[in-house]
Design a protein around this ligand. Structure first.
Ligand SMILES: Cc1ncc(COP(=O)(O)O)c(C=O)c1O
Length: 396
């Protein structure tokens, strides 16, 4: 009975649970944080600027503004873009709620565009179909770490004078047609949550090439003050005029110490993520019952997550059953994402199911498999073996 599923009383394919994501922290990271804790600065200190310069360099951007999370980065970017009451912003139907919530924070109206069913990225043709006279910005998402079709999206934006805010929470280190993500859109937001490519525990950054947008971002993260304490130390001013209604979205020196240490490993993290993804692509490609999302030939994927699509017509189980069975095998499968507008809060705002049929049909089939740099080859074998075992049991 070696092949009996763990969920049906058999032995799991591995003894210990494998999460879908996990940060990679080594002794250098710990030493960097300890050194920051022993220094003079806990919150905004010299490491913030150094970290921002490091991120700007990795992202090929003129400016990088550190903030307290990827969500704060989106909020700050939507603010900097000048989105206000009633302004429509088009975003992907297949994203984390933070993308569309940021539009709501400013009184804007999230308009959801459907995805390309093969790449799972926002479909530029669907964006065109959602443009109205009230559209002010496009907020595409680099789902899973694969850049969306930025040239097509930027072309639509330029023709209609719209701002492009790219939610690249998943895509730090990715490239689109040879250009680093963070150097293309008017504003690009990153997240450094522990599941992401590098981490500052919580944290985020907005990159931009526009000086004025960078100044607005810097004010927004610091209560809307025109100058910060460093500038006041030079001018001798006793207070700074508050010119915008900002927040405290500052990133701390302690977090930036961790971020700087993580940045030195970015290339290694990306390489290992890519290796694991390659193994999955090779081993799962011809497996009946599952389809792998397409990867465009002209991108460098950051492989934040590895999504697969179940071929439900070929299975006697639904996604939930497959997910439960994988988890019983100690394979920490997950789901990214339920369409944002299916959440009760959005329903109460009047959004209805059926809005983006391709994203909705995709959601019913989606599974995320474990992928993080510290996974061993044996862990990858377990995932592949677990998927084969579970799908073998539920195949028609
Ligand atoms: C697409 C997307 N945007 C934004 C965020 C928000 O980032 P954070 O968790 O750092 O606030 C996330 C987080 O998972 C995300 O997946």
């Amino acid at each position: 009975m070696a092949d009996r599923l763990a969920v049906e009383g058999g032995s799991p394919i591995r003894r210990t649970p494998l999460p879908y994501a996990r940060h990679t922290i080594d002794d250098d990271d710990v030493a960097a944080v300890v050194s920051a804790l022993r220094g003079d600065w806990l919150t905004t200190g010299p490491r913030v600027e150094v970290f921002e310069r490091g991120v700007a360099s990795a992202a090929g951007a003129r400016h990088a503004v550190g903030v307290s999370s990827g969500t704060a980065a989106l909020h700050a970017a939507v603010f900097a873009a000048g989105i206000g009451e009633g302004d429509e912003v088009i975003t992907s139907a297949l994203t984390f709620v933070a993308s569309s919530n940021a539009i709501l924070y400013r009184g804007g109206v999230p308009v959801f565009a459907d995805i390309c069913p093969d790449t799972l990225q926002i479909d530029p043709a669907a964006i065109e179909g959602k443009l109205t006279s009230r559209t002010r910005a496009l907020l595409p998402v680099d789902f899973a770490g694969q850049p969306c079709d930025l040239d097509a999206i930027v072309e639509i934006a330029r023709a209609k004078e719209l701002v492009v805010i790219e939610d690249a929470a998943h895509a730090f280190g990715a490239e689109y047609r040879g250009r680093p993500i963070g150097s293309i859109a008017d504003l690009t937001t990153f997240s450094f949550h522990p599941a992401k490519v590098i981490t500052t525990a919580e944290g985020g950054v907005v990159t931009t090439g526009v000086d004025d947008l960078a100044a607005r971002l810097r004010r927004f993260r610091n209560h809307g003050f025109e100058s910060d304490f460093r500038q006041r130390a030079v001018t001798g001013d006793v207070y700074s005029p508050m010119v915008d209604l900002g927040l405290n979205y500052r990133l701390t020196d302690v977090q930036c110490a961790l971020g700087l240490s993580q940045l030195t490993k970015l290339a290694d993290f990306l390489r290992r993520r890519g290796e694991i993804a390659e193994r999955y692509l090779k081993e799962l490609t011809d497996l009946p019952g599952v389809t792998l999302p397409a990867v465009a030939s002209d991108v460098r994927h950051a492989w934040h997550i590895f999504p697969v699509l179940l071929d439900l017509d070929h299975l006697v189980a639904d996604r939930h059953t497959v997910l439960r069975a994988l988890r019983a095998e100690n394979i920490g499968a997950s789901v990214h994402y339920v369409p944002a507008y299916w959440h009760p809060y959005y329903e109460a705002l009047g959004y209805r199911r059926g809005l983006c049929p391709r994203a909705e049909a995709t959601f019913e089939r989606l599974l995320t498999l474990p992928l993080f740099p510290a996974m061993s080859d044996a862990d990858v074998d377990d995932v592949v073996g677990g998927v084969r075992k579970v799908l073998g049991r539920y195949r028609r």
